[in-house]
Write a protein that binds this ligand. Structure first.
Ligand code: ZN
Length: 161
């Protein structure tokens, strides 16, 4: 438990991801997760300052550019990455991951998701059932791509300091 990766975000950020998924339903939404990653005592709560942690403090919504299959495919282009990086730098943050929605599908990565994932990043998936946001999960691909593991999403009531 102590070494399991987790992804922190405020209730507000979680709500924004869900809202984006509802907004683009029945199509997928996608976007960048901007925040901080590392052993940073400043952004951990008292008592677990030694845990590796990652926190999302802002979102950068993207336009789903795939028009062949917008219901079940999302793609992040090099241009998207550059734009997201620029916005992140402006906020003194890093891109710590990406999010997208699964309209009328469980919040589990598809083979496509796994094939197109990059190691290190957190991949948040929100299931949107009949237009209503449901379960939200996060996933991380190992460096050797052998393992695509679920990580805990820790939602806080208050926004990051
Ligand atoms: Zn997906």
């Amino acid at each position: 438990m102590a070494t399991a990766p987790s992804l922190r975000m405020s209730a507000e950020i979680a709500q924004q991801i869900r809202h984006h998924g509802a907004e683009t339903y029945p199509h997928e939404c996608c976007g960048a997760l901007l925040g901080r990653d590392g052993l940073d005592g400043l952004i951990t709560s008292a008592g677990n300052a030694q845990l590796p942690m990652r926190e999302v403090v802002a979102l950068f919504p993207l336009v789903n550019r795939r028009d062949d299959s917008p219901r079940n495919r999302f793609s992040i282009t090099a241009e998207d990455v550059r734009e997201a990086e620029k916005v992140a730098r402006g906020k003194k943050l890093d891109i710590v991951g990406w999010y997208h929605s699964h309209p009328d599908h469980p919040a589990k990565p598809s083979q496509y998701d796994r094939d197109h994932a990059w190691p290190w990043y957190s991949y948040v998936i929100v299931s949107v059932a009949n237009g209503k946001p449901a379960e939200m999960t996060s996933w991380r691909l190992s460096d050797d791509r052998a393992d695509y593991a679920c990580e805990e999403i820790a939602i806080r009531d208050h926004a990051a300091r």
